[in-house]
Design a protein around this ligand. Structure first.
Ligand SMILES: [Zn+2]
Ligand SMILES: [Zn+2]
Length: 353
């Protein structure tokens, strides 16, 4: 089968023939119908994350935002059968640790990130295996199609958990979203749908225009103002109630914290780059005196899908709005490389394998 592989960090992905996977007893094989191309793929491809022991090796098949159809089932799998339509959240849990038993695969003690670990070849391929499949596969409701589900396995659900759970977003809140890539645009749409007032901040007008279409009440091009946090403070009167770093560079993280008002909540969603290596200076005294919360947020507990699917069924949330271009597997190397310059708008999804 065809797959897109990192042959050398930073060099174009190679689309080549690899062996079709066989399921281990706990696994299913999923034939990929759609898979998003994400900033995390770009990080992995750049050779980032060695500083947290999570560097992705050469030879890796990328792809962690898939939806597809179960094509083979391991001997120990009980709840899935051939033909099931499934999505696979990127954080593959073991299903047995304390966190997994609460449905929190995103906090699993032995989590394996799909498509970002040698133990979990990804979905930039015609098919891919899923460990502990009974636990990790999410059956798709009929009303959610494969392409829109591509964002629900990573960026859309990440933004939902960040706002609804970690920041405890309330209607009427001002929400500053720093960085309007896939996760940032998802956050804009979700914040608006949940009755909050999102402010979009980015360096590119093309992304800000998309943010406006998705419900941003204000937009700030940070290259056109002296200080993005000051611009947010001015728009909101007292600072944002919730602010999210949806990119993961020092500037967006610091801008996010500095956009908040008293008792505001910052949510860190983006992982950092080789510039920061996970270390960012923060105004700790101000955060202490203003009782500002700093939340990390990673993926979404599996138990939260039911609510997310209900909001989609009601029409409150429309993940299809965040989908950008659709492309073929052959085009994946070029799309990934275009992320060097932040050129993609919305979530690009591979739909031809
Ligand atoms: Zn992703
Ligand atoms: Zn676990």
């Amino acid at each position: 089968m065809k797959a897109a592989v990192i042959e050398e960090h930073g060099e174009p992905l190679a689309v080549k023939d690899v062996d079709y996977p066989d399921p281990a007893p706990d696994q299913v094989i999923v034939e990929t119908e759609a898979c998003g191309v994400c900033r995390s793929d770009w990080h992995a491809w750049q050779g980032d994350w060695n500083w947290i022991g999570a560097g992705v090796p050469e030879g890796q098949i990328l792809g962690h935002e898939p939806a597809g159809i179960v094509s083979a089932v391991g001997d120990d799998v009980e709840t899935l059968e051939e033909g099931d339509r499934v999505a696979v959240p990127f954080h593959l849990g073991d299903g047995t640790c304390t966190h997994c038993r609460e449905g929190r695969a995103n906090n699993c003690e032995t989590v394996i990130p799909l498509g970002l670990s040698e133990y979990a070849p990804g979905a930039f391929a015609e098919a891919f295996p899923v460990r502990e499949a009974d636990f990790n596969c999410v059956k798709l409701p009929d009303e959610v199609d494969f392409t829109e589900m591509a964002g629900l396995g990573c960026r859309f659900m990440t933004a939902y958990h960040a706002l609804a759970d970690r920041a405890n977003l309330r209607p009427g809140d001002w929400v500053a979203v720093h960085g309007c890539g896939g996760v940032g645009l998802s956050a804009i749409h979700i914040a608006q749908a949940l009755g909050a007032h999102p402010i979009a901040i980015d360096v590119l007008d093309s992304k800000l225009e998309r943010a406006e279409e998705l419900g941003a009440v204000e937009t700030i091009n940070s290259t056109e103002v002296d200080s993005a946090p000051a611009a947010v403070q001015e728009l909101t009167g007292d600072g944002a109630d919730v602010s999210i770093d949806a990119l993961g560079i020092a500037e967006t993280c610091q801008n996010s914290v500095n956009s908040l008002g008293t008792r505001g909540s910052h949510v860190q969603v983006g992982l950092t780059t080789g510039e920061e290596e996970g270390q960012i200076d923060l105004p700790v005294d101000v955060m202490t005196m203003q009782e500002i919360d700093f939340h990390g947020s990673f993926g979404m507990p599996l138990v939260r899908y039911e609510e997310l699917f209900n909001l989609i069924a009601q029409g409150t949330l429309e993940p299809s709005k965040i989908i950008g271009e659709t492309l073929s597997l052959e085009e994946a190397p070029e799309t990934l490389a275009s992320m060097d310059d932040y050129e993609t708008v919305g979530i690009p999804v591979i739909t031809e394998f």
